[in-house]
Design a protein around this ligand. Structure first.
Ligand code: SAM
Length: 226
């Protein structure tokens, strides 16, 4: 997968992309990251924002630099990416959307800032609008990192053991069952006997029951989903 990020703050990505699974994915040759500063595609004054028509607080990201950045990168690469606009007004990101995006050969994530994007960026660039949740962050960089991490670990070959993704929360609509490791007893809290019994069928049953129980307690909306 080729993964491009268009942002006003490319430097904030470098550390995140150099660690853990995102780094491993790159080292395995399964993903390439490319960072672009939208400001480099602005006019001579490197101006990327302006006051909103109709008044109101803050500044809005101008369309020209974003269009110019997208078009220049597309021309350089010679391929059309699936374009993602990070915005709190987008549809909610989820594990199933991450799975769908993991099958794409080329993603381009566009990060907003200030009061957000001029509406013509959404209208004219054939983008998928993604929100990472019902709250407003200062910029699209952290949302882009969330999307990148969730997507890249689902690219086949990135996780050493593909079953670790299949057993995780949301894969089958439930939260994951509780997990334990050594010691068998910690501060009076014991690991359930069944998990140390070696009886695979009983362990599976226990895990299923406790996945449902945990989901019902913490996320009843998932249990009642059709
Ligand atoms: N004025 C906008 C609104 O009320 O919808 C919010 C703009 S926000 C301060 C600036 C940028 O942060 C957005 O353009 C977007 O790129 C990013 N952002 C903030 N919250 C986000 C979220 N929940 N999901 C995705 N991106 C978000």
């Amino acid at each position: 997968m080729r993964l491009d990020v268009l942002t006003l703050f490319p430097e904030v990505f470098t550390n995140v992309l150099e660690h853990s699974m995102l780094r491993i994915a790159k080292e395995k040759g399964l993903v390439q990251y490319h960072l672009f500063n939208i400001r480099d595609y602005a006019d001579n004054r490197r101006c990327v924002d302006d006051r909103p028509y109709g008044g109101g607080p803050g500044m809005v990201m101008k369309p020209e630099p974003v269009f110019q950045a997208v078009e220049a990168v597309e021309a350089e690469v010679g391929m059309r990416p699936k374009k993602i606009l990070l915005t709190p007004q987008g549809s909610r990101f989820s594990q199933s959307v991450a799975g769908m995006l993991a099958a794409e050969p080329y993603l381009m994530l566009i990060c907003g800032h200030y009061e957000g994007f001029d509406e013509r960026i959404r209208m004219g660039l054939d983008v998928m609008e993604i929100s990472i949740g019902d709250y407003v962050l200062s910029g699209g960089e952290i949302p882009a990192m969330v999307v990148i991490d969730a997507v890249v670990r689902l690219i086949p070959g990135v996780l050493g053991d593909i079953d670790s993704a299949k057993n995780e929360s949301f894969f089958e609509g439930l939260l994951e069952h509780p997990q334990y490791t050594r010691p068998a007893e910690f501060r009076g809290m014991k690991v359930p006997d069944v998990l140390m019994s070696g009886h695979h069928q009983k362990i599976k049953e226990w895990q299923k029951i406790h996945a449902i129980k945990k989901t019902a307690e913490n996320r009843p909306d998932l249990v009642n989903k059709p």
